[in-house]
Design a protein around this ligand. Structure first.
Ligand code: SF4
Ligand code: SF4
Length: 320
């Protein structure tokens, strides 16, 4: 993680725990009215596209790679740098700002060059959404239920942002539709849940390096995840119906949503995916075999130790 990252502010993606002075201490609902407009005529146009940390979600990466028509690895290498997500050990990526002016690589004086495919964090700004999860228990399958979610909205009012001085007034709902935020919410929901779930477990709960690598790969590089699904023993291992296989083979969004289910199952034991019975039986048989070998080995070692002790006693003339 670069020092630059620590100094930059973060565009809202995850709900905020603390209340930095730029967040207005007022809970808004979808029907609350806000006065705000951002357009090329504002004095501060593109001021919020520099000195900022923009975390990318899997859907953001998918849309940007399509827009730029480059494969994920090239996008990751050229436009992103690694970061940890929301104070966890979950690895992710953020936009790599330009060296010379510390601005987003997609910004020009005329505005955002990827505007219609801009990342989620850019769309949310300056209206954030907080998501509170309360209660929650697990059913016998390990799935969470009874979770009460409370959503509310807030505005981030920074001195440099002159959009609040504009005349346009609308409800939070109207503003979010205009920004295409609702689609992003839907696409990002399960992935954000994975990150927040990890956060709620705390860093004391260990997550293997292999699991972290898998999370990173599935979250940032769908092309590699596709290979993993279709060119490994994956489909022999998990019970996946034919319809789903066809969907994920042909549709990137379906594949991405599928990857969230896979991660929930492998990282947190959610029952979102089932290992085939014959695989479980084979694994149990393998473990039994290993166990039997271990027992045989320890019996052998014990017998050898006994013989060795007896031999030494005989040599030194010690009687039992
Ligand atoms: S992606 Fe576009 S809107 Fe977002 S920071 Fe970069 S230039 Fe600005
Ligand atoms: S600082 Fe505010 S008004 Fe200015 S470009 Fe950014 S969002 Fe728009």
């Amino acid at each position: 993680m670069s020092n630059k990252e620590n100094k930059t502010k973060e565009k809202i993606l995850f709900g905020k725990e603390k209340n930095p002075s730029s967040i207005e201490p007022k809970k808004l609902t979808l029907d609350s009215r806000i006065k705000f407009r951002c357009h090329p005529g504002v004095r501060c146009f593109t001021a919020c596209c520099g000195g900022i940390k923009i975390i990318l979600t899997p859907y953001d990466i998918l849309q940007l790679t399509k827009r730029l028509d480059i494969p994920p690895y090239e996008f990751l290498h050229t436009y992103t740098e690694p970061t940890y997500l929301e104070k966890t050990d979950m690895p992710g990526v953020m936009i790599k700002l330009r060296e010379d002016d510390n601005k987003c690589p997609f910004v020009t004086p005329e505005g955002c060059t990827v505007y219609t495919d801009r990342p989620s964090a850019c769309r949310y700004y300056p209206v954030g959404m907080a998501d509170f999860h309360e209660g929650g228990s697990r059913d016998e399958d390990g799935n969470e239920n009874d979770i009460k979610e409370e959503k509310f909205f807030f505005t981030v009012r920074e001195d440099h942002c002159k959009g609040f001085e504009e005349d346009k007034e609308w409800t939070v709902r109207e503003w979010r539709i205009d920004q295409g935020v609702d689609v992003r919410d839907e696409m990002n929901k399960e992935w954000l849940r994975l990150v927040m779930r990890r956060k709620s477990y705390g860093l004391q709960a260990s997550l293997s390096e292999q699991a972290k690598r898998m999370f990173f790969m599935a979250s940032t590089d769908l092309a590699t995840f596709r290979k993993f699904v279709f060119e490994s023993t994956f489909l022999e291992t998990y019970e996946i119906d034919k319809e789903t296989i066809e969907k994920i083979r042909n549709d990137d969004v379906e594949l991405m949503l599928f990857s969230f289910k896979y991660l929930a199952a492998t990282l947190f034991g959610a029952q979102t995916m089932k290992v085939k019975d014959e695989k479980i039986k084979a694994k149990v048989a393998e473990m039994k075999l290993k166990q039997a070998d271990t027992v045989k080995q320890s019996i052998k070692e014990y017998e050898e130790l006994k013989e060795e002790t007896a031999r030494k006693k005989a040599e030194t003339g010690i009687k039992e």
